[in-house]
Design a binder for this molecule. Structure first.
Ligand SMILES: [Zn+2]
Length: 213
């Protein structure tokens, strides 16, 4: 997931939290450090999916590992090497890996909400794999992962596990204007969706839950 997409997800989180320009808080949680936030995001998101699966009489299979890496030393996935400045779900090993320095820099620069959108999005891909969902287009898979992330975030906020605080800056909001794919290029195998599409998907999950995704 390239940084510009993360930036978009951040604005989605802010929008979903009912943020206005007068008081633009970031997603805020009880975690005090980056590593605590990563751990809380994993735990709460997987707890959410455990409950969702249980409601369908299915058993959620937790991701086997969350693997921090640095630069180019990440774990390969199905023969593909990990790349710097990224986070990804690997179906072959049912694990999630993330460039720790990259994600911590985002956490520092853009707020801790960053972790709470990246991790739920990647866990969303793990859920798709377990459900065996088949997609014709990459963009559909990505937009559903955004929707799943919104659903998990919405549940966390409703449960009081995630709180908003009012100390974010307008620079973040300005940076977000450039987020999303530059065009509505659905057939591009790398497509994640335009800013509007991603926002819509995230908001749908946030508001209506995973069943709407
Ligand atoms: Zn994705």
């Amino acid at each position: 997931m390239p940084p510009r997409i993360l930036a978009l997800l951040l604005v989605l989180l802010l929008a979903a939290c009912g943020v206005t320009e007068e008081s633009p808080p970031a997603g805020e949680v009880r975690g005090d450090t980056f590593d605590e936030d990563v751990q809380l995001a994993q735990t709460h998101t997987e707890d959410y999916w455990r409950r969702q699966f249980a409601g369908l009489d299915r058993e959620y299979r937790p991701v086997t590992r969350f693997v921090p890496y640095s630069g180019a030393d990440g774990p390969a996935c199905g023969g593909q090497p990990a790349v710097p400045d990224n986070a990804f779900y690997c179906p072959a090993g049912h694990f999630i890996a993330y460039d720790r320095g990259w994600m911590e820099a985002l956490w520092n620069e853009m707020g801790d909400g960053s972790v709470y959108v990246i991790i739920p999005h990647e866990i969303g891909h793990a859920v798709q794999a377990q459900l065996g969902t088949v997609f014709e287009l990459n963009v559909q898979q990505e937009l559903q992962a955004d929707c799943y992330a919104g659903a998990a975030l919405g549940a966390m906020v409703k449960a009081g596990e995630l709180q908003a605080e009012a100390d974010d800056d307008t620079e973040l909001l300005l940076n977000l204007a450039a987020a999303g794919d530059p065009s509505d290029d659905w057939f591009n195998p790398q497509a994640h969706g335009t800013a509007g599409q991603r926002q819509q998907s995230f908001a749908a999950g946030y508001t209506n839950g995973a069943g709407s995704c």
